[in-house]
Each structure stands twice: as structure tokens, then as C-alpha cells.
Design a protein around this ligand. Structure first.
Ligand code: FES
Ligand code: CO
Length: 339
């Protein structure tokens, strides 16, 4: 599946940029190969329109925000958040023609990020109850480009066979390569949910982060996949500590994804500093990144195209669900082989 060849993927919400980044002016982003510009309007609300002026195609993201509207850097036409041209400095009398406009997109703020949906949404933005629970603090972790397909990243999160190899220096137990059976598995309207207990190793940083002396522990894990490229992994440790990771692989183009990751924890800065929590997750995510960037970005939805084992069930369900959705919408899978 090549993400830019599947119009259905334009019907989902994706987090594209931390809200705070818009405080210093308009910012460009490429979502499913669509160049967009984001800024804060007069009410301080994020807005998104096509990053191409309707006059001579200049990039609006090179312009300035003035009174909540974006002013094109080329001849100074200004557009509001709905993409309507509201000012033409060269026009001294008469109305601005209605055709002076650019496409605008649905845009919302959630969890400290700006979310965009390019077309009529099929699902709402995922609801994460812990994000509004005062027992939890939010730690922003990573915002960076990964050169891999979002689906590779999604299935990796539910793949219990990889930690023993990929994460053997952080938490995987190389001597115990047989992955645990899930305790609970459910397909949902929006994706899937899986619960399992994963025996892990605690290195020095993690002992401190988990406020734990032991070298071995278990992760009581609940993974949720939100179609197409968002997951949460809620890890509860035996001492009651919860480390919930939110990860989105926002599709930039066929070969790259914007990784957006934050975590929610029910402990305090005094118990584990944000810096130390990020430091551990940094090493773990880079271990995954190194492998995932080596995989083929054209992830085949057809099961027969790759080989599988029992622990690949979540990845197989993801393929089935996405293929089913594409079929339902009369689209079908479009990959390199589909011409
Ligand atoms: Fe934007 Fe001319 S190209 S105002
Ligand atoms: Co991993």
C-alpha cells in the first residue's frame, strides 16, 4: 500500500505539529504529499490551508500572519483560515472576486498538537482519557521524521517477538525469545485492542524511572491501535506505575512518516524526571527506528506477500482491516505492483 495512492487515508485525523510551534509564525507541513500551511488565527485557533497562493502559486508559509490572516510573501494578498482572500493590496476599489481563494482543511488542537484532516473524517480524533486525568502528567517526547511507512511502525508496537532482539540492550530478554500469548484481543470499530504481560529486564536508567530495585519485572500492557497510524501503549508495572505512550506515524509521503510521541505518567517529576523518562524512551525508539527504516515502505496488505508467525496476529488484523476499508470504499489496495 502506497499511502499517497489511497484517497481513503485523507479521511483520517493526523497530529501534524506541536501547537507551540505556531506561536512564532506560520509553518509548512506535508501531509499525504499535500503541502499545507498552518498558523494561529485571530482567536488563537490553529487553521490549515493549501500552501499555494491562488495568484501565482507562491508558498503562503513563506508569508506572515497579520491580524490572524496569512499574507502571501509575493504580492501581499491575505487569506483567512477558511482560505478566503480577504485583502488584495493592489485593489483600491470594488469587491475581491470570490474565486480568489485556496483550499482549507479541518484543523483542531488536541493533546498539545495541531490535528488536520484533509477530507470528511471517518473517525473522530482518538479519545485518551488519561490525557484529561489530573493524576497524569504529560511529557512530550519526540517530533521527528522517520523514513518508513506508518503501518510498519504500528505493527511494530504490537509485535511481541521483536523486543528480545531489537531491545536486548534496553528491556528485551534475549534468552526468552518466545513471545507471550495475549490475554485479551479485540477488534474494534476503529482498530484493535490487545492486552498481554511481557516479562522485561530493567537497566539502570529504567530502575530509577520505575522506582524499582529489581532487575526483572513485567509490563502489563494494553495496546490500542487507532486506524490507520496511531497507537497507544499503556504499560502498568507491578508497583502501580503507569507509563502510557501515544505514538502517531503521520504520513508525509509514501516513504516517510512524522513521528509524534508523548507519554502520560501517574508519577511526579520528583520521582522520575521528564529528562530521564525521555532518555530511556529515546534509546528504545532509536532501536526501532534503525530497523524500521530498513523495511520496505510499500507494506503489502495482501497476506500472501509476506511470511508470518503467530505473534504477527495484530499486524495481520491491521492489514485485513485496512484492506477491508479500502474495498468497502471501492478503492482497493494500490501498491508498487498495482501499477
Ligand atoms: Fe500570492 Fe501573488 S503569488 S499574492
Ligand atoms: Co520496539
Amino acid at each position: 500500500m502506497l499511502v499517497t495512492r489511497q484517497p481513503t487515508l485523507r479521511h483520517f485525523w493526523y497530529p501534524v505539529i506541536p501547537l507551540g510551534e505556531l506561536e512564532t509564525g506560520p509553518k509548512p507541513f506535508e501531509l499525504l504529499k499535500e503541502k499545507i500551511v498552518l498558523w494561529l488565527d485571530g482567536a488563537g485557533k490553529p487553521v490549515a490551508v493549501r500552501d499555494r497562493c491562488c495568484h501565482r502559486s507562491a508558498r503562503l508559509s513563506q508569508g506572515k500572519v497579520i491580524d490572524g490572516n496569512i499574507r502571501c510573501p509575493y504580492h501581499g494578498w491575505s487569506f483567512d483560515g477558511a482560505g478566503v482572500c480577504v485583502k488584495v493590496p493592489q485593489l483600491t476599489h470594488g469587491l475581491i472576486p470570490r474565486t480568489y481563494r485556496v483550499d482549507s482543511y479541518r484543523c483542531e488542537e488536541r493533546y498539545g498538537y495541531v490535528w488536520v484532516c484533509l477530507d470528511e473524517p471517518l473517525l473522530p480524533i482518538p479519545e485518551i482519557p488519561e490525557a484529561s486525568d489530573p493524576q497524569f502528567r504529560q511529557i512530550h517526547e519526540f517530533y521527528e521524521v522517520w523514513h518508513c511507512a506508518g503501518l510498519r511502525l504500528m505493527e511494530n508496537s504490537f509485535d511481541n517477538a521483536h523486543p528480545h532482539f531489537v531491545h536486548s540492550s534496553t528491556f528485551g530478554v534475549e534468552q526468552e525469545p518466545v513471545p507471550p500469548e495475549p490475554d485479551f484481543f479485540e477488534e474494534t470499530e476503529f482498530g484493535l485492542r490487545m492486552k498481554y504481560i511481557l516479562p522485561v529486564f530493567n537497566n539502570t536508567v529504567q530502575k530509577q524511572n520505575l522506582q524499582m530495585e529489581e532487575t526483572r519485572t513485567v509490563r502489563i500492557s494494553e495496546g490500542t491501535w487507532y486506524m490507520p497510524f496511531i497507537r497507544t501503549l499503556k504499560i502498568t508495572y507491578p508497583n502501580g506505575l503507569i507509563h502510557l505512550i501515544f505514538t502517531a506515524a503521520t504520513p508525509i509521503d509514501d516513504r516517510s512518516s512524522q513521528l509524534v510521541q508523548f507519554c502520560l505518567r501517574n508519577d511526579t517529576e520528583a520521582e522520575a524526571t521528564a529528562e530521564s523518562v525521555i532518555a530511556f524512551d529515546r534509546v528504545v525508539t532509536l532501536e526501532d527506528k534503525a530497523i524500521l527504516e530498513g523495511t520496505d515502505y510499500d507494506v503489502p496488505l495482501r497476506i500472501s506477500k509476506e511470511q508470518h508467525m503467530a505473534s504477527d496476529k495484530p499486524g495481520i488484523i491491521m492489514r485485513h482491516k485496512l484492506a477491508g476499508l479500502l474495498k468497502e470504499r471501492g478503492e482497493g489496495e494500490r501498491g508498487k505492483d498495482e501499477g
